[in-house]
Design a protein around this ligand. Structure first.
Ligand SMILES: NC(=O)c1ccc[n+]([C@@H]2O[C@H](COP(=O)([O-])OP(=O)(O)OC[C@H]3O[C@@H](n4cnc5c(N)ncnc54)[C@H](OP(=O)(O)O)[C@@H]3O)[C@@H](O)[C@H]2O)c1
Length: 324
């Protein structure tokens, strides 16, 4: 396993993150976390809204029966807040200061720790000013409760505005963006990937296996035409490379942009070695072309127009401009 820096920070994060959303059994959780740690993985991704996940992780990192490699401080332990903790209480959800503090305190109790390495805003809350969210997160960083912050499932323009606000006001800036990304769903190539590359942010990609559908071993009840084509292409490429379809699906997300870290989820520890080996798989250029031909992505007419006009005489006159 290799490591990269998390956004513009100095934090070392492994190429592949462990998704904790589907954890449901204490003994299996300990095995999954141990197998991941032994391979060099160091990022655990959970959330306030993932059922028993935080509690199970807390037990696995602190409890009896813990594997030696799974000491809490060795991990970049990440959780999220936003989603409702009590459907009857409107303030037990959202990105405002009250829910942030209440949710974080609950996460720390469940995870049996007094700090989080990363706290993600789980999803966009259009009713809370981004200034309030950023300032409240910055207070928690200064108070030592969290080390770094990230933002998940939020429009690119909001993230861009947040980055500039943080820089100009001297607040902690988001280091990463968490979004869905796979051969089945390439939408983030339109604006999130260019944004992350421009600002130097990491992308934590979820659903890279389309929730198991791209492994070739889980059966999707009624696959779409696109899912069918992607699985067939993954099988073909996997056969040529002597890899598994899931490994190829994971490796493709990393081949597309150097800022992408796939988050892979497990219920069963015996799946972990196969998926982790994806980080060693280098996809030849012609393989990437085959995969993308099976799952094309159209940015749309407006994006095409912007790309064309950026290189046109309207912008440069007849001069040739070298560089970016
Ligand atoms: N920010 C957000 O809004 C958001 C949303 C969704 C998810 N996430 C994050 O992303 C993580 C991953 O999401 P996900 O669990 O939905 O999707 P996923 O990683 O695309 O798929 C996970 C599924 O793939 C299967 N799998 C993994 N490796 C395999 C292998 N080598 N062979 C066969 N099957 C394999 C697992 O099977 P088993 O269950 O049998 O082990 C599991 O069911 C979550 O845990 C969470 O941390 C974030």
């Amino acid at each position: 396993m290799r490591y990269r820096l998390f956004g513009r920070t100095g934090l070392r994060v492994s190429e592949l993150f462990l998704g904790a959303m589907t954890l449901s059994d204490a003994a299996e959780t300990r095995r999954i976390v141990a197998a991941y740690a032994e391979a060099g993985g160091n990022v655990l991704d959970t959330a306030s809204a993932y059922g028993d996940s935080e509690r199970l992780l807390g037990e696995a990192l602190a409890g009896r029966g813990r594997f030696p490699s799974t000491e809490r401080d060795r991990f970049v332990l990440a959780s999220k807040y936003t989603l409702s903790r009590d459907q009857q209480d409107p303030n037990a959800a959202g990105n405002h200061r009250k829910n942030l503090i209440g949710s974080l305190e609950q996460s720390l109790r469940r995870l049996r720790t007094d700090y989080l390495d990363v706290l993600w805003v789980h999803t966009w809350d259009r009713h809370t000013p981004i200034e309030e969210t950023l300032r409240a997160l910055d207070d928690l960083v200064r108070a030592g409760k969290i080390r770094y912050i990230g933002v998940s499932d939020t429009p690119a323009w909001v993230i861009s505005r947040a980055d500039l606000l943080a820089e100009w006001r001297g607040w902690t800036a988001f280091a990463g963006i968490q979004v869905p990304y796979s051969l089945v769903n390439r939408d983030i190539e339109r604006d999130i990937v260019p944004l992350a590359e421009h600002l130097g942010l990491s992308i934590a990609a979820w659903g890279v296996l389309d929730h198991g559908g791209l492994t070739g071993s889980s059966r999707v009840a009624e696959p779409t035409e696109r899912q069918r084509r992607v699985v067939a292409a993954l099988r073909e490429v996997a056969g040529e490379l002597g890899a598994s379809p899931g490994q190829v699906a994971i490796a493709w997300t990393m081949a597309r942009s150097a800022v992408v870290h796939p988050i892979v989820g497990f219920r069963h520890a015996d799946r972990v070695p196969d998926s982790l080996a994806a980080v060693e798989l280098r996809l030849p250029a012609e393989t990437v072309i085959t995969l993308e031909a099976a799952a094309p992505f159209e940015p749309g007419p407006y994006a095409d127009f912007l790309t064309e006009s950026a290189a046109s005489p309207f912008v440069f006159g007849n001069s040739t401009i070298l560089g970016r």
